[in-house]
Design a protein around this ligand. Structure first.
Ligand code: NAI
Length: 320
């Protein structure tokens, strides 16, 4: 072979593939031999209306280039129907890119319950429903690659995006657990944190940035994460403008909140050690929930043996 990474025999479902980032993912998968389900509801960026055109245009594009694709017009909220389209057309599903999304930006106080619900339904529940429907097929065939789409608006917050931020950070939590539940069957789940010029960011990003943030530059990152040679699981990868980086959560060294096990925790003690509680100079990434609870046990042991000083002197969390 010419060394190109291929997806022959694989079936890829890309949600919201009628435009923007999803369209680029779909085109690239098809170009490299995957059979693609181009899902798109075809509504407005605020989630109003529906049209078959968005998905049809991309399916035509793929077919004209010699690729294989079918359109699916369901909302991702009906995830079972989306996956059913893949099974009916191609008999399997190997790759699921949860990408569909809408925006209903309002400041917190002005966010209506309807705007909250629809944004969370499309991003978070939609990704849950599609993933839940694809999961049994993937586990059974001992192969699957799933992508959740988060956002810097979730990770850092962004004025006027309470509903969107919550949904996008929710997707990180969902990915964490999907990664754990699928690992044994080679069903891996990772998160893409993109920034790209699309109708979603038009008028929000400065012009000079907008022109350089081509969605096409991110597609190879998502495609690699979905290739059989990529063994990442539970990674958050930020990418934009032809650049990418892994993102981690970290925890500081922390501090005990009482002199000994027999002492109560007081507000005053908390205040006194607050600079240690919030000191991130020795922060570390933890790989699993067991490491987090492991530290707690270790702290308790040390506290029992020699009080707060013993914890301070000897406690060294080993992340290996
Ligand atoms: P886009 O608006 O161009 O594409 C989103 C597509 O999803 C549209 O074609 C839309 O019709 C479709 N869609 C909306 N609701 C749907 C539903 N219920 N079911 C099926 N399809 C539906 O936006 P873009 O920028 O390509 O965004 C793709 C994803 O990337 C979204 O999840 C977005 O939140 C995320 N993202 C984008 C960023 C950016 O800078 N463009 C930044 C961070 C995250």
């Amino acid at each position: 072979s010419d060394g190109k990474l291929r997806y022959d025999g694989r079936v890829a479902v890309v949600t919201g593939a009628g435009a923007g980032l999803g369209r680029e993912y779909a085109l690239l998968f098809a170009e490299r031999g995957a059979k693609v389900v181009v899902n798109d509801l075809g509504g407005s960026h605020a989630g109003e209306g529906a049209s078959q055109r968005a998905a049809d245009v991309v399916v035509d594009e793929i077919r004209k280039a010699g690729g294989e694709a079918v359109a699916d017009y369901n909302s991702v909220i009906d995830g079972a129907k989306v996956i059913e389209t893949a099974i009916k057309a191609f008999g399997r599903v190997d790759i699921l890119v949860n990408n569909a999304g809408i925006l209903r930006d309002r400041s917190l106080v002005k966010t209506s319950e309807q705007d909250w619900n629809l944004v969370n339904d499309v991003h978070l529940k939609g990704s849950f429903k599609c993933t839940q429907a694809a999961f049994p097929y993937m586990k059974k065939q001992n192969y699957g690659r799933i992508i959740m789409t988060s956002s810097n608006s979730g990770i850092y917050g962004n004025f006027g995006q309470a509903n969107y931020s919550a949904a996008k950070m929710g997707l990180v939590g969902l990915a964490n657990t999907v990664a754990i539940e699928g690992a044994r069957n080679n069903v891996l789940c990772n998160v893409i944190v993109p920034t790209a010029a699309s109708r979603m960011t038009e008028g929000i990003l400065p012009d000079i940035l907008f022109n350089e943030l081509k969605p096409k530059l991110i597609a190879p990152v998502v495609a690699y994460l979905c290739h059989e040679s990529c063994e990442d699981n539970g990674s958050y990868i930020e990418s934009a403008a032809g650049w990418a980086s892994k993102v981690h959560t970290v925890r500081g060294k922390g501090s005990v909140l009482r002199p000994s096990l027999d002492d109560p925790v007081t507000i005053e003690y908390v205040k006194d050690v607050w600079s240690k509680v919030t000191d991130m100079s020795q922060a570390k990434h933890l790989n699993a929930i067991a490491e987090a609870s492991g530290t707690l046990l270790e702290v308790l042991e040390k506290l029992k043996e020699g009080g707060a000083d013993a914890v301070e002197d000897t406690f060294e969390f080993n992340s290996k």
